[in-house]
Design a protein around this ligand. Structure first.
Ligand code: NAD
Ligand code: WQD
Length: 344
């Protein structure tokens, strides 16, 4: 079976995609520098897959290390997750974000080219659509990022389009994720942000286990059904399976593809909170506070193109997203912890 290289492999989406690729019969080699993930993920992957994860600790900007990976492994396609993703930090530290998100992408593609590998899945984001001109966002919606992080994704997409225009033997899957949440149903891997979570679901999870006192709901006066922000949350295992479908498409159809990966369903902050209360079995304290600067009131995907082209659609609903997040958080109240021994 084809071997797939995952960069950013021990991160939140990478670790779930790793399992989904193994379950689909692919071989996987993972690369990560642990700048935003824990080595303990490798122990969990070993346990869940009953095999030793093939892993190289490296920064994708390290050309010699990437050359060694490609020399040792016959890679058919790359899924490039490695990037920094904190929107607020990206505004404060733009050079850090451009260097890693664009430098890392260029370095990965350059290494691929040196080794004759020309199929890459790129982790893009719904953030590339900017202010909605219409909803749901289709892939044809105009592109306009609203912050530095979003611009790294928009420019990353453009770099790859330029590369394809210069050399048509490259094939890319530009996957525009909506809001990934949830965890593997085993509760053994999940999202483990460092410090105070920026995103809604991990914050709610930490309120549920008592690590945070209450949720601040950013804005209660949006023009949405209950006044709180609306997003298209999708289960991380559905997203992982979307990557399997994209890899198959690249290897079989040998064509490029740009698709949204979302459910097509908008969910408000308070709806998500209620579903999480049902999952954990107790009320969760919250306070409505000011809007967060830069937030859009509402957006969600037109998810029909991924269904048509990749044969993929999200299968897991909001309650399962919350149930699985809760299982992970309850079993791992401090995430992967700081003192994990790597056995892989
Ligand atoms: P994550 O931070 O959990 O995973 C990213 C991984 O990349 C981390 O393990 C980190 O250590 C690693 N990494 C970063 N820079 C690296 C480098 N130079 N060399 C090697 N490894 C490096 O984030 P995630 O949520 O799993 O996101 C994965 C990808 O999906 C990112 O590109 C992100 O921008 C994109 N994305 C995420 C979301 C989301 O909401 N989580 C939404 C849209 C797009
Ligand atoms: C969701 C909703 C908040 C936290 C971000 C990035 C995007 C992509 C996904 C990576 C909004 C509200 C949140 C809290 C709240 N990332 N909220 N209290 O902002 O839609 O998207 O992550 O690629 O680029 O911008 O996700 O989870 O932060 O917020 O009320 O403590 O929850 O206002 O309505 P967002 P989020």
């Amino acid at each position: 079976m084809a071997k797939i290289l995952l960069t950013g492999a021990t991160g939140y989406i990478g670790s779930h995609t790793w399992l989904a690729l193994l379950a689909a019969g692919f071989d996987v080699v993972g690369v990560d520098d642990f700048s935003n993930s824990s080595p303990e993920v490798l122990n969990r992957l070993r346990e869940l897959s009953a095999q030793a994860p093939v892993f190289v600790r490296a920064d994708v900007n390290d050309a010699a290390a990437m050359d060694a990976v490609f020399a040792e492994h016959r890679v058919a396609a790359v899924v490039h997750f490695a990037a920094f993703k904190a929107v607020g930090e990206s505004t404060a530290e733009p050079l850090k974000y451009y260097a890693n998100n664009l430098g890392g992408l260029i370095g990965t593609c350059a290494a691929m080219r040196r080794h004759g590998v020309k199929a890459l899945v790129f982790s893009s984001s719904a953030t590339v659509y900017g202010e909605p001109q219409f909803l749901p966002y289709t892939e044809a919606h105009p592109l306009a990022a609203m912050n530095v992080y979003g611009r790294t994704k928009l420019m990353g997409e453009q770099i790859l389009r330029d590369l394809e225009a210069a050399d048509s033997s490259w094939n890319f899957a530009w996957l525009r994720y909506f809001n990934p949440v949830g965890a593997h149903e085993s509760g053994r891997i999940g999202e483990d942000p460092r410090g105070i979570p920026n995103n809604l679901m991990p914050y709610v999870q930490q309120v549920a286990v008592g690590r945070r006192e209450f949720l601040s709901v950013f804005g209660g006066d949006y023009d949405t059904p209950d006044g709180t922000g609306v997003r298209d949350y999708l289960h991380v295992m559905d997203l992982a399976e979307g990557h399997v479908a994209a890899v198959r498409y690249l290897l079989e159809a040998q064509r490029s593809v740009t698709v949204n990966l979302g459910t097509g369903v908008g969910v408000s902050v308070l709806e998500l909170l209620k579903a999480f209360e049902a999952a954990c079995g107790h009320a969760l304290p919250y306070r409505i506070v000011d809007r967060r600067a830069g937030d859009l009131p509402s957006y969600y995907a037109d998810a029909s193109l991924a269904r048509k082209l990749l044969g993929w659609q999200a299968r897991r609903g909001l309650q399962q997203m919350c149930d699985d997040s809760w299982r992970w958080q309850q079993a791992n109240p401090d995430g992967y912890g700081a003192s994990a021994e790597v056995q892989a």
